[in-house]
Structure formats: structure tokens, C-alpha cells
Design a binder for this molecule. Structure first.
Ligand code: NIG
Length: 403
């Protein structure tokens, strides 16, 4: 009788393996040298909706044996990046807005309406094609888990449609009907928030895991965002919030008060905001590429880390404030401009992102965790900051592939 057995893959001859498990190796990154990782169902490029999910079954010294074999040839291996903040469902192009900004125009989020017009006009097939392309780009750059928000539909049908597109690719989908007041509701913010909390949420909730709102001058105020978060919670969704992007504001305090999994941007933080984050389990998600593309000042992440807050870094890929899928680029900025050590930045794009999604199965390479792996074309993860702009991802193993 033949016994059916799931196929295994070994990545062998790893120079530096980042496990993110201090019980397995050196320091907070749990580094193991001259290592191997064995993964079950570890076919490279497994699609997000494949019936099997790759799982780490062993971490140990070089020389392990499995059905398939990848020779890392002394390179560094990391957990796949967890990108916990993106807006991938959009059509259109805002390169002109970016160019104007580089010439001195400030960013105020108003361009969201430009993308909303283009997204509403797009067919579902076209949106699907655009998201697949962006996911393939993200996967090549090392991302194996991605959160995708709606927020460029801003009416019942187009918000639900954006989430239906997103849910084909990830379970981490976020309803962001409260991204900006659409033009047809100008002067009627109250009515729009009622719509978001009512019919729009009803149409979207089956396709979303999270609810989010943009708490900022020019977008939605504290009470409006609280109403959206309360309605989302009532509908069974997890909570996240955009806050403190363009100036000081109530976003961080509101996120902590409501028990959000994450408050994203955190570019302008008071000492009280930092204390609130440090005393909570709300993750501070930093978006360095957005600050780069909008010419915002960079937050000193040391203030957060030294206070004890949990920090994540995400790409915020969107057509307005941050048109990149590159987590390596974000690492380089965080290290150069935000006062993070390279080790802290690596944690922030892996277990930090996982914490922002309240996940413990990803962002680490430890027996039982997801077998989502990045093999670098470099001897150490330091090269991700040391060699900015250079494509150092040799191979990405795990979901998001195959599109
Ligand atoms: O996270 N801040 C709000 N939303 C996006 C930007 C959207 C846009 O400009 O299109 C962000 O930066």
C-alpha cells in the first residue's frame, strides 16, 4: 500500500537565518547560522488560494534532507514580509500630482477623489488585472502576506466591488468607506457617515475582515471615525485607523480607546500619543514611503520603541501618497531617517506587520509557523538598508505568487 505524504522542501546552506524566535537563536531576531529550514507543502510560488499552505516543520543546522532542495549558497534567509497597509484596488495614475508635489505643492489627500473617479469607471476585470500585477510585483519584492483596503469606490456598489476583488487574493481585507468625502456628498458629511455605517457597511462586511477610517483634518473628524469604528465592531469586523498623518490630531488616542489593532501613519505624535500606544496593544504602523512621497517629516521611531510601543512598517502602496510595493525601500528609509536599527526595521516588516494584523502564524520561521520565506541575494539582512534600491530578493516562497 502506498502512503500519501505531503511534499517537503529544504532550504539549505543558509548563512544567516532570521527566525524571529529568540529561543531558536541569537538575539531578538533569533538568528541561526549555517542553517536549514524544512517546509511542508513548500512548493515555490504557491497561490494565495491553494488548498495547501506551506508550514515550517524544522529549523536546524545545514544538511537537512527533504523531497526538494534549494541551496541558499550562504545567503541570508528571512520570514516573508508582512505588508499590513495597502490600497491596491485602484485605477488611474497620479504621476502629475507627484511631480507637482516635488515642485512644492503640499499633499492634502484631495487626490483620492481623482482615483475614485478612475476606479468607478473601471471594469471589474480591469481592477482584477491591476491588483494581480501589483501583487506579483510585491511578491517579487519579498511580500508574502498583504492587507488590501477598499476606499476608492466611496459608494455602496464600488466599495463592495473593491473588496470582492481584494478578497480573491488575501484574507486581510479592509473596508475603508470613510477614506474621503466623495464629491457628490460635499457639505453633507453627516449623511455620508450614516451611509458608510449603514448600507455601505452592510454591502461590504461579508468581504471584509477589518474596518478603517481616515482621521485627519480634511477627511473625517474624531466623532465621525468613532461612529465608523463602532459600526464596524458591531458588524463583527476588526478595527484599524489612519491617524496623525498630516498633523497632530486625535487619531492615535481614538485608536487606543477603541482597541484598534493598528493606527497607521503616526507621523506627528505628541508624548501623550506615545504613552498611550506604549500602554496598549495597538500597533504603531509607520509608512516611511508615504512620508518620502509626500515630503512629510519622518517620525523618530526611537521615541516609540524606547517607550515600549510595538512598531510595524508597511508600504502603504497607493497611487497618491506612496506608489511602491517595496518593503526593502521602506526598511532603508526607516533606518536612514527614522532612527531604527536594521534589526528593528527587519522586525517591523515581519513580526511587527503580523502583530498589526493580530496574527502569530506569520512573520517568523519557527516550527508550526507559515513557511513564507525570502531568500536574499546577499550574505546578511543588513544589505537591505546598506544597498538601497538594489533588488536583493533572490526568491520568495509562499502565497501571493502565481498571479
Ligand atoms: O494612507 N491617507 C489616506 N490614504 C492614503 C492615501 C490615498 C491617496 O492619496 O490616494 C494613505 O496615505
Amino acid at each position: 500500500m502506498t502512503t500519501l505524504r505531503t511534499p517537503t522542501l529544504v532550504i539549505d546552506n543558509i548563512g544567516i537565518l532570521v527566525t524571529n524566535d529568540p529561543t531558536l537563536g541569537e538575539g531578538p531576531l533569533g538568528i541561526v547560522r549555517d542553517a536549514s529550514v524544512v517546509i511542508e507543502n513548500g512548493n515555490p510560488g504557491t497561490g494565495a488560494h491553494a488548498s495547501v499552505s506551506p508550514t515550517v516543520i524544522a529549523v536546524g543546522p545545514s544538511g537537512a534532507v527533504a523531497d526538494e532542495h534549494i541551496d541558499a549558497a550562504g545567503a541570508c534567509v528571512l520570514p516573508g514580509f508582512v505588508d499590513s497597509h495597502t490600497h491596491l484596488v485602484f485605477a488611474g495614475d497620479r504621476a502629475e500630482e507627484f511631480t507637482a508635489r516635488m515642485a512644492g505643492q503640499p499633499y492634502d489627500g484631495g487626490g483620492i477623489r481623482v482615483t475614485t473617479d478612475a476606479t468607478r469607471r473601471s471594469s471589474t476585470g480591469e481592477l482584477d488585472r491591476l491588483v494581480r500585477r501589483r501583487l506579483a510585483e510585491a511578491h517579487r519584492a519579498g511580500t508574502t502576506t498583504i492587507e488590501i483596503k477598499s476606499g476608492y469606490g466611496l459608494n455602496i456598489a464600488d466599495e463592495a466591488r473593491s473588496l470582492q476583488v481584494a478578497e480573491q487574493f488575501t484574507t486581510e481585507t479592509t473596508f475603508l468607506g470613510a477614506h474621503l468625502l466623495p464629491a457628490e456628498y460635499e457639505g453633507r458629511s453627516d449623511e455620508y457617515i450614516d451611509l458608510v455605517c449603514g448600507e455601505m457597511l452592510d454591502a461590504s462586511k461579508a468581504h471584509a475582515k477589518w474596518v478603517d477610517a481616515f482621521c485627519e483634518v480634511g477627511a473625517f473628524d474624531e466623532d465621525e471615525c468613532r461612529a465608523v469604528l463602532d459600526a464596524g465592531r458591531e458588524a463583527g469586523l476588526g478595527l484599524r485607523l489612519h491617524g496623525n498623518q498630516l498633523g497632530m490630531g486625535p487619531g492615535v488616542q481614538l485608536a487606543v480607546e477603541c482597541g484598534c489593532a493598528s493606527v497607521d501613519h503616526c507621523t506627528h505624535l505628541s508624548n501623550a500619543d506615545i504613552e498611550a500606544l506604549a500602554g496598549s496593544d495597538t500597533v504603531a504602523t509607520l509608512l516611511p514611503a508615504a512620508d518620502f512621497s509626500t515630503k512629510q517629516p519622518y517620525i523618530d521611531a526611537r521615541r516609540l520603541i524606547d517607550a515600549g510601543a510595538t512598531v510595524a512598517i508597511a508600504s502603504n502602496c497607493n497611487p497618491g501618497s506612496s506608489y511602491t510595493t517595496s518593503m526593502s525601500f521602506c526598511i532603508a528609509i526607516a533606518v536612514r531617517e527614522m532612527n531604527m536599527t536594521i534589526d528593528e526595521a527587519i522586525q517591523a516588516v515581519t513580526i511587527g506587520g503580523a502583530a498589526a494584523l493580530r496574527r502569530s502564524d506569520i512573520g517568523r520561521l519557527t516550527p508550526g509557523s507559515a513557511g513564507h520565506v525570502v531568500i536574499l541575494d546577499a550574505p546578511s539582512y543588513h544589505h537591505l538598508a546598506y544597498r538601497p534600491g538594489v533588488p536583493l530578493i533572490r526568491e520568495t516562497i509562499g502565497p501571493l505568487g502565481g498571479f
